[in-house]
Design a protein around this ligand. Structure first.
Ligand code: ZN
Length: 151
């Protein structure tokens, strides 16, 4: 096993082990949730698996489901928290190109409200069906390739 798999030097592993400071809001056997150090809005949380996984590729399905379940619950909690929260985003960045900065899987959960500073710049134009169908074919090829990968 490489050092990466053990999470040596990983700040989120250190938080999960109680060896680094964090403002924790929830914890169970598999998952821990705490305040993001650089919140896009007040209430910005990170939900992480306690066991080190760099990204989606090495995240176990059952742990991923637990991360989602906790994020779902926390998203609901934000609306009841008294913090400004007119909407909620769940956001996961997998890979450097997707703006992942800490290479331990984390699901962002944060309040949204009219006029808040969070932005995603993108080209939101509607694509043609032919184009969408071609892309769907590529994705189905990826799904078929998944089935022969060892987990
Ligand atoms: Zn880690």
């Amino acid at each position: 096993m490489g050092a990466g798999l053990l999470g040596d030097g990983c700040v989120f592993c250190a938080i999960a082990r109680g060896q680094a400071a964090a403002s924790i809001v929830f914890e169970d056997e598999w998952v821990i949730a705490f305040m993001d150090l650089q919140p896009v809005t007040p209430g910005h949380l990170l939900v992480i698996p306690k066991s080190h996984a760099e990204g989606l590729e090495d995240l176990q399905d059952d742990i991923g489901m637990r991360v989602w379940a906790v994020a779902h619950r926390l998203g609901r909690a934000l609306r009841l928290s008294g913090l400004r929260c007119e909407g909620v985003n769940l956001f996961l960045a997998d890979g450097e190109a997707a703006f992942q900065e800490v290479f331990h899987v984390h699901l962002h959960v944060f309040p949204r409200f009219k006029g808040d500073p969070f932005r995603i710049e993108a080209d939101w134009r509607v694509h043609e069906r032919r184009q969408l169908d071609e892309t769907a074919t590529a994705v189905r090829r990826g799904i078929a390739a998944l089935d022969v990968l060892p987990r």
